[in-house]
Design a protein around this ligand. Structure first.
Ligand SMILES: Nc1ncnc2c1ncn2[C@@H]1O[C@H](COP(=O)(O)OP(=O)(O)OP(=O)(O)O)[C@@H](O)[C@H]1O
Length: 309
C-alpha cells in the first residue's frame, strides 16, 4: 500500500454540541511523517478534533478524512491509528500484562515484544496494577499499548499534562524513537508551548474552534520577524507589513510581522530578529484575530509532491 501524503484532511469541518460549536469552518491538510503539535487555549476544540480524527464522534458539517482519504472510524482507519485519550483511564485493577493481553485480542496488528521491551526498558513491572503506577508510568503504559498497534498515525490528547519534567522527557524520548524507527505521524495536543520547539515539526493552533495557524515549524519560524524601533515611526512601518502583534513600550515599539521568509524591508533605526516557537505561539494566542495559514505556496508544494509521487 502506498504511504499517504497527508494524515488529516479537513474542509469546512464543524462540530456542534447542542447550540454551541466546538469547531467551525476548519481547513487543514496535515502532511504525513510529522510530529504535529495541536495548541490552543482551554475549550479551543483540540479534543474535539482528535476525537473526530479517531472516529469517536462524527462531524456536524464539512469533511474530514485521515491517512490520505480514509473515513475516521472505518475498519481501515481504526487498524492504522493509535489513540490515547485525555486522562486515559485504563482499568486500574488490571496489570500491565493483562492490558497487553486485551490489546492483543482487540487488534489485528499487535507487536507485543515491542511493548514489553518498552516497559522493561523503563523498569515498569508488567505485574503491577495500572492504578498503582505513577502518572508517568501510566502514561508510558498507555503509550506502549498505542505503539504496539504499530500505527501509522498516533493521536495523543494532552499526553504530557500530568507529568513532571523528567517523565515528560522520558515520554517524548520514547515517542520520538518510535517516530524515527517507524516513520509514524503523530498529532498531539499540548499546553506545554515551551517544549514544542524540540519536539514537533508541524504546528496547528486552534482558537475558538477555528484554525488560527498551521504550517511547518521551520517555515513559520523563517517567515516571521520581530521588529524593534522608535515608536514615532511604528505606525508607518506597521502600515506596510502584515503585523501579527504590535506592542508599544514608551519610545520603543515591538512589531511581530509575517515576512514570508525574507527579512522585513525596514532599515534605519529598526532592528529585526527571528523569534522562537514559544514566542510565536504566545503572540498568536494573544492576538486571536491574526492568522498564519498555508497560502498558495503551501498548495503549490503539496501539488508538487503529488506530481513527483
Ligand atoms: N461532549 C460534549 N458536550 C457538550 N459540549 C462539549 C462536549 N465536548 C466538548 N464540548 C465543548 O466544546 C468546546 C471545545 O471543547 P474541547 O474539549 O474540544 O476543547 P479543548 O481545546 O480540548 O480544551 P482543553 O484544553 O480544556 O482540554 C468547549 O466549549 C466544550 O465545552
Amino acid at each position: 500500500m502506498r504511504a499517504p501524503d497527508t494524515v488529516i484532511d479537513c474542509g469546512g469541518l464543524g462540530k456542534r454540541y447542542r447550540r454551541s460549536w466546538a469547531l467551525r469552518d476548519c481547513h487543514l491538510a496535515v502532511p504525513a511523517g510529522r510530529v504535529v503539535a495541536l495548541v490552543g487555549p482551554n475549550g479551543a476544540g483540540k479534543s474535539t478534533l482528535l476525537n473526530l480524527a479517531a472516529g469517536l464522534t462524527a462531524p456536524s458539517e464539512g469533511m474530514l478524512s485521515v491517512l490520505g482519504g480514509e473515513l475516521p472510524g472505518s475498519p481501515r482507519a481504526l487498524d492504522r491509528i493509535g489513540f490515547v485519550a485525555q486522562n486515559a483511564a485504563l482499568y486500574p485493577g488490571l496489570t500491565a500484562a493483562e492490558l497487553l493481553r486485551i490489546g492483543r485480542g482487540l487488534n489485528r496488528r499487535w507487536d507485543e515484544a515491542r511493548a514489553r521491551t518498552h516497559l522493561d526498558g523503563l523498569g515498569i513491572p508488567l505485574d503491577s496494577r495500572y492504578g498503582r503506577l505513577s502518572g508517568g508510568q501510566q502514561a508510558q503504559v498507555s503509550l506502549a499499548l498505542a505503539l504496539a498497534k504499530r500505527p501509522e498515525l498516533l493521536l495523543l490528547d494532552e499526553p504530557l499534562a500530568a507529568l513532571d519534567p523528567l517523565a515528560r522527557h522520558d515520554f517524548m524520548a520514547v515517542l520520538l524513537t518510535a517516530v524515527a524507527e517507524d516513520g509514524l505521524s503523530v498529532l498531539f495536543s499540548s499546553h506545554a508551548v515551551g517544549e514544542l520547539e524540540q519536539t514537533c515539526d508541524y504546528l496547528v493552533v486552534l482558537v475558538g474552534g477555528r484554525v488560527q495557524v498551521s504550517g511547518e515549524v521551520d517555515d513559520l519560524l523563517a517567515g516571521h520577524r520581530m521588529l524593534t524601533g522608535p515608536t514615532s515611526e511604528a505606525d508607518a512601518v506597521a502600515a506596510g507589513l502584515p503585523v501579527v502583534r504590535d506592542r508599544r513600550a514608551g519610545v520603543q515599539s515591538h512589531l511581530l510581522v509575517r515576512t514570508g521568509g525574507a527579512d522585513a524591508p525596514v532599515g534605519g533605526s529598526w532592528r529585526q530578529q527571528r523569534i522562537g516557537l514559544e514566542e510565536l505561539v504566545l503572540s498568536y494566542l494573544r492576538e486571536p484575530a491574526a492568522s498564519a495559514l498555508p497560502g498558495p505556496s503551501g498548495a503549490v508544494r503539496r501539488a508538487e509532491r503529488v506530481l513527483q509521487s
